[in-house]
Design a protein. Structure first.
Length: 221
């Protein structure tokens, strides 16, 4: 997505809508009329925006330990709490990144810190230390975690019309699994899967189990 990984980091507003429009622009660029969106963390939030606002472009939607869900009476307070938690965990790693601070953030994400390899730390460190990323990182994190962003409310989740999978982990350090479960009950016909002994990156921490669940979902589409 924009602002992440090796993708461009333009001087724009990093709203959920702008990230979603960029994904759709990529789908347009490859000539696909629609796509199956598998989004993890922020990607799950952005994927939800696409499914709600552009239902004709989405054949299926998988939300994996997603962000931006507001499904309970105290949803706004929980979103603010989780946003502050993520911002705090991220701040030291991106404001003046070192390999040690990047490792600490990655280990915070995982249920078993031993899966954080030197190679993973180095790859993420190089992204965080990129001057283009450092120029937009504080603003991007602030816009996405500071409140006021577009969120996946109960009403919006109920409007998702495509087949959906909500996959969570019991040890996710950000949004609790109960929130994901409630979202799966609100999205019409959604499948639910709760993974044990994994944190925020189930696709990295337990790839065989994750791939099996996702492929079973995709085969049904």
């Amino acid at each position: 997505m924009l602002g992440h990984g090796l993708t461009a980091k333009p001087d724009i507003s990093y709203s959920i809508a702008s990230l979603g429009e960029h994904v759709l622009a990529y789908v347009d660029a490859i000539g696909a009329p629609s796509a199956i969106i598998v989004g993890q963390s922020l990607g799950g939030w952005v994927g939800g925006w696409i499914a709600v606002n552009h239902p004709d472009r989405v054949r299926g939607y998988a939300c994996v330990t997603g962000a931006g869900l507001e499904v309970s009476a105290d949803a706004d307070a929980l979103t603010q709490k989780i946003g502050a938690k993520v911002a705090s965990a991220t701040a030291s790693a991106i404001s003046a990144p070192t390999r040690q601070s990047v490792r600490a953030r990655l280990e915070w994400l995982m249920h078993d810190a031993s899966v954080v390899t030197d190679e993973l730390v180095e790859a993420r460190y190089r992204i965080y230390a990129d001057p283009a990323f450092m120029a937009i990182s504080d603003r991007m994190v602030g816009e996405l975690t500071g409140g006021g962003a577009w969120t996946l409310t109960r009403e919006r989740l109920a409007a998702i019309a495509c087949p959906a999978l909500v996959l969570w982990t019991r040890q996710n350090p950000t949004m609790p699994w109960e929130v994901g479960y409630e979202a799966s009950r609100i999205i019409p016909g959604a499948s639910w899967y709760l993974m044990e002994d994994a944190g925020h990156w189930p696709q990295f921490e337990k790839p065989a189990e994750f791939n099996g669940v996702l492929l079973n979902f995709l085969r049904r589409l």
